[in-house]
Ligand binder design. Structure first.
Ligand SMILES: NC(=O)c1ccc[n+]([C@@H]2O[C@H](COP(=O)([O-])OP(=O)(O)OC[C@H]3O[C@@H](n4cnc5c(N)ncnc54)[C@H](OP(=O)(O)O)[C@@H]3O)[C@@H](O)[C@H]2O)c1
Length: 235
């Protein structure tokens, strides 16, 4: 029998992160879920509880990833994949954003993933086929509107971070993907799309895509994955 694989997912308590956790748990992976207020998900009873872990993780806390990785290794033995998903939106243009707001966008959306992947790095190298997914956004590919400008800057940086990890780990079998969705029907995305979730990409769609990418062999590296529910110039 093959060894059970282990994945860490940040911001796993709701939205995209919760669906990613559920998808991997359903497939029999060990799933370690980082969240600010650790609570077992409502679907926990549908899978083997021994394969689930919740851990206190705040993306702004520089020590949290190391503690989380230690706890995951203690419970599951190793780490095969990490999804840096936790993120925030500030609906302000690059002109109107304050220093404090911009600092938090960079801290949560860029430094958070950087610190989390760094903490996982040696564990991923051990596997010879580690996997990293950084949840960026189509806002990391183009600035859609003035009001999404400040957020876009952070997501362009997250995209660059993903490519930087892809280069750093490629020779040792680590494959890194920047996931770039448009509007997703979550607490974050639905209001941005005008309040109606109908027709938006679902968190489950995103989770299935991440599952597919993570399970591809080393010979099929996906550097960026764009997805959209509406027509965009190029995406
Ligand atoms: N929805 C979209 O349209 C869309 C499109 C493109 C990209 N994205 C990206 O997808 C990711 C997930 O977004 P979502 O749509 O699922 O949004 P969401 O429903 O608002 O969920 C955001 C998640 O991030 C967590 N989070 C926020 N700040 C955190 C912090 N300091 N430390 C730890 N966790 C933190 C939240 O935890 P709490 O519950 O504690 O706040 C929550 O779990 C984000 O990176 C977002 O930028 C979303």
């Amino acid at each position: 029998m093959s060894e059970t694989k282990t994945i860490l997912i940040s911001g796993a308590n709701r939205g995209i992160g919760n669906e990613v956790a559920r998808t991997f748990a359903k497939a029999g992976w060990n799933v370690s879920m980082g969240m600010r207020k650790p609570t077992m998900p409502d679907w926990a009873g549908t899978v083997d509880p021994a394969k689930l872990q919740v851990f206190a993780y705040d993306a702004t806390d520089s020590e949290a990833p190391k503690e989380w990785v230690k706890a995951a290794r203690e419970q599951f033995g190793g780490i095969d994949a990490v999804v840096a998903n936790a993120g925030i939106m500030v609906r302000k243009s690059a002109v109107d954003v304050t220093d404090a707001e911009f600092d938090s966008l960079i801290d949560v959306n860029v430094n958070g993933p950087r610190r989390l992947v760094q903490a996982c790095w040696n564990s991923l190298l051990e596997k010879g086929r580690g996997r990293v997914v950084i949840v960026s956004s189509l806002s990391g590919k183009r600035v859609k509107s003035a009001i999404s400008g400040a957020y876009s800057v952070s997501k362009y940086a997250a995209l660059g971070l993903s490519h930087a990890f892809r280069h750093a780990g490629f020779e040792q079998g680590v494959r890194t993907t920047a996931l770039c969705p448009g509007f997703v029907a979550t607490d974050m995305g639905t209001p941005l799309a005008g309040g109606n979730p109908d027709g938006l990409t679902t968190a489950g769609d995103v989770a299935e895509s991440i599952f597919h990418v993570i399970n591809l062999p080393n010979s099929a590296s996906v550097s960026e994955l764009w997805m959209n529910c509406s027509l965009d110039d190029s995406y």
